[in-house]
Design a protein around this ligand. Structure first.
Ligand code: GTP
Length: 312
């Protein structure tokens, strides 16, 4: 385990630190509660072993601050054990009230120290597994099951955040709505499973084009999402009108270049995409207008024969 050992006495810290290192733990030492808070942020310990009486900031206050810090994060909780010379019932109650989990005497016998550390190690590995599982669940909750792109729910959350930020600083913002052309006919002609494969291939291409545009600095923080059915969306915060139009055209060209046969996609012979774009130089609070304009342009792209991008 990574253990943060907090004690103002160098001698005590050296003795207990050495005992912990001998049984395989990695120990970081802090000399008071204030230093412990800083080390806690850097070291991300599995366990905090903390003295109570210390100068600058005592152990109870440091524990309360650690708990307040953890309350701002998801799933954060680190066991805190107080080290004390006097294990009175009053001290125990105050320790638990302050957010501590246990209480041991500095003179604790070796066997007891080892047993307590074994129990804490079990908790630490359970916490690591839980954090890993939660990370996976969060990623799944953001993903569209068929294509692996961001799903509509996550797109809406991210869009709200990006749009609010754009409005706050008066930044530009671009939206692209993308719709696969004559996709009903594709399903009718090649089957629904082939339709699913086609959507996956399109999604992978969209993700790749957007990632390359971000990496090349043409746009920043742009991301693609599956909007629903055979519709996708690309959100582009802080972009110029030229970059917005350029990305729309690249997405159309990249899907065309896949060359996925689609005989009944009138005139094109392969799978194509129509794109409708809307761009504002200064975001001003009317997100719904942006969607309306993008939809109107998408309709125009369909009207003009599909496989194209139409913008403001
Ligand atoms: N295979 C597959 N098809 C889907 C999925 N989601 C939606 N679709 C199909 O997408 C088709 C969309 O058809 P329409 O809305 O009529 O549009 P379209 O045929 O693409 O015509 P235009 O938009 O005018 O070019 C429908 O047949 C849906 O069943 C999916 O997840 N998998």
């Amino acid at each position: 385990m990574r253990i943060l050992l907090v004690d103002d006495s160098r001698a005590v810290a050296a003795v207990i630190g050495a005992r912990l290192e001998v049984i395989g733990h990695k120990v970081t030492v802090a000399e008071n509660g204030e230093v412990a808070l800083a080390r806690f942020r850097e070291a991300l310990p599995d366990l905090v072993l903390m003295d109570i009486e210390m100068p600058v900031m005592n152990g109870f206050e440091a524990a309360q601050r650690i708990r307040a810090l953890e309350a701002t994060q998801d799933w954060a909780w680190t066991p805190i054990i107080f080290l004390t010379a006097s294990d009175t019932p009053e001290n125990l109650v105050t320790a638990i009230e302050a957010g501590g989990d246990d209480f041991i005497a500095k003179t604790v016998p070796e066997a007891v120290l080892q047993a307590k550390m074994k129990a804490m190690s079990r908790i630490a590995s359970l916490r690591a597994e839980l954090a890993h599982a939660n990370g996976k669940l969060e990623a799944l909750a953001r993903q569209d099951g068929l294509t692996g792109l961001c799903n509509r729910r996550y797109m809406d959350l991210r869009l709200d955040h990006q749009w609010a930020e754009a409005c706050r600083v008066g930044a530009s913002f671009g939206l692209l709505m993308l719709d696969v052309d004559n996709f009903k006919k594709y399903n009718d002609g090649y089957g629904h499973l082939a339709g699913d494969d086609c959507l996956r291939a399109i999604a992978a291409t969209l993700a790749e084009v957007v990632a390359k545009a971000n990496a090349a600095g043409l746009v920043r923080d742009a991301f693609a999402a599956r909007y629903g059915g055979e519709e996708f969306a690309v959100l582009i915060p802080r972009c110029s009108a030229a970059a917005h139009a350029g990305l729309g055209a690249s997405l159309v060209a990249a899907v065309h270049a896949l060359g996925i046969p689609h005989q009944s996609n009138a005139g094109w012979g392969c799978v194509t995409l129509s794109v409708g774009g809307a761009h504002v130089l200064r975001a001003d609070g009317k997100l719904v207008q942006l969607f309306r304009r993008a939809d109107a342009h998408l309709y125009l792209a369909k009207e003009k024969g599909r496989n194209r991008a139409e913008m403001d």
